[in-house]
Design a protein around this ligand. Structure first.
Ligand code: GMT
Length: 372
């Protein structure tokens, strides 16, 4: 098949999933065309069967806002015509689904549109009255719509009451990249032998509750020797830095900023913390699981579909800092329990979230849409 993929190319789960899916589909012989404003960061080097088409928004003086959405639709239509694309698979509803529907109108009905909803495009932007109707339009006019968890399917149906089947297709992880690595020598350089290493990776937006991460870590570090690695950047970072200083944790918390390659870093850790307020899936918990690292998370959104409480991680209500800290201590103090959780996570990744299974599901969906 000839498939156009549009996603946010920057760091973020939806772009990661879109790029990794494109790479898997290209390995299977499909022609993949990324149509994005920048090279997706996970694409990197040359890949057979993958091309990249940049999108430029015109910055004419008359425009207060460059009309990126129109430039995107126009570029999608150009690429679809030039390379005879069968379908556009867009990740994240705004503005990608709407731009794809417009491109389809420009090219013809034979060009199909598959939209994958990732989370905040529904749970945050879908609540915004200035966007709600246009998101509904994008969903309604896509030839197929998927969402990354059952919870997101439910929330989309509740919020939009759309007369459209939304298929759940879980995110996946490439186990050739995410696997338990031997990191002993590197770990010795990062922390003391006696210290446990906790990790949080996010875009440091309020919805990720990064201050809870610091509070949980504070409780853990007051009981056992521990260190916290923070990966990512975002608007809550100044508050996080302030809280770390107030609690006197400066020498125990390491700020690593944005990182392109996180598999090695995750493997270094004993635990991942993900106390989010909203999380349609929690890709980082899956990546941690694939590296043999259990997660302590909130039970928000789709997280319970990824992390099974008491088997490969622990879940607690949003904001239950004390409970999460106690779960963290339980796992960090008991090597046998930690090992069981780690193995249970690896098994679950193989059964439920392996790339081959998920790529099959997308291929079947594409075939269904094209046969209509
Ligand atoms: O808000 C974010 O976390 C970024 C966002 C994105 O577009 O990358 O993440 C969403 O999509 C990811 C991939 O499907 C999911 O793993 C995240 O759970 C989801 N984030 C939220 O729902 C908050």
């Amino acid at each position: 098949m000839r498939i156009g993929i549009t996603c946010y190319p920057s760091h973020g789960g939806s772009g990661v999933v879109a790029t990794e899916l494109g790479k898997l589909l290209a390995e299977r012989g499909h022609d993949i065309h990324f149509i994005t404003y920048d090279m997706p960061f996970r694409l990197g080097r040359f890949h057979q069967n993958i091309r990249y088409h940049g999108v430029e928004a015109h910055r004419y003086a008359v425009f207060k806002y460059p009309p990126y959405d129109l430039s995107l639709a126009s570029r999608m239509a150009q690429v679809a015509k030039e390379y005879q694309l069968d379908l556009l698979h867009v990740h994240y509803a705004v503005p990608h689904a709407i731009a794809a529907v417009l491109a389809k109108q420009m090219v013809g009905d034979h060009l199909k549109v598959v939209t994958t909803l990732h989370g905040t495009d529904i749970t945050v932007l879908g609540e915004d009255p200035s966007l709600r109707d246009v998101i509904r339009f994008g969903i309604q006019n896509s030839d197929a719509v998927t969402a990354v968890s059952d919870d997101l399917v439910r929330q989309t149906e509740e919020l939009f009451c759309v007369n459209k089947e939304i298929e759940r297709i879980y995110n996946f992880v490439d186990t050739r990249v995410y696997y338990p690595r031997d990191v002993e020598p590197l770990r010795d350089r990062c922390c003391e032998k006696t210290e446990k290493l906790l990790l949080h990776i996010s875009n440091f937006r309020a919805v990720k509750r990064p201050l809870d991460v610091i509070s949980i870590f504070h409780r853990v570090a007051s009981e056992i020797p521990a260190r916290l690695f923070l990966v990512g950047e975002g608007p809550e970072m100044p508050k996080v830095i302030q809280r770390v200083q107030e609690l006197g944790l400066d020498d125990k918390v390491v700020f690593l900023g944005k990182q392109d390659e996180v598999a090695q870093l995750i493997s270094l850790a004993d635990l991942l913390l993900l106390p989010s307020e909203k999380e349609s899936f929690g890709l980082v918990a899956l990546e941690a699981m694939a590296c043999g690292v259990p997660t302590i998370a909130s039970n928000a959104g789709g997280i319970p579909e990824v992390v099974t409480h008491g088997q490969n991680g622990f879940l607690a209500p949003v904001g239950a800092i004390e409970e999460m800290a106690q779960y963290a201590l339980m796992l960090l103090r008991d090597d046998a329990l930690h090992q069981n959780f780690s193995q249970a996570g690896l098994d679950r990744v193989k059964q439920e979230f392996c790339g081959l299974k998920i790529a099959d599901q997308y291929e079947q969906l594409y075939a269904k849409v094209l046969s209509r």
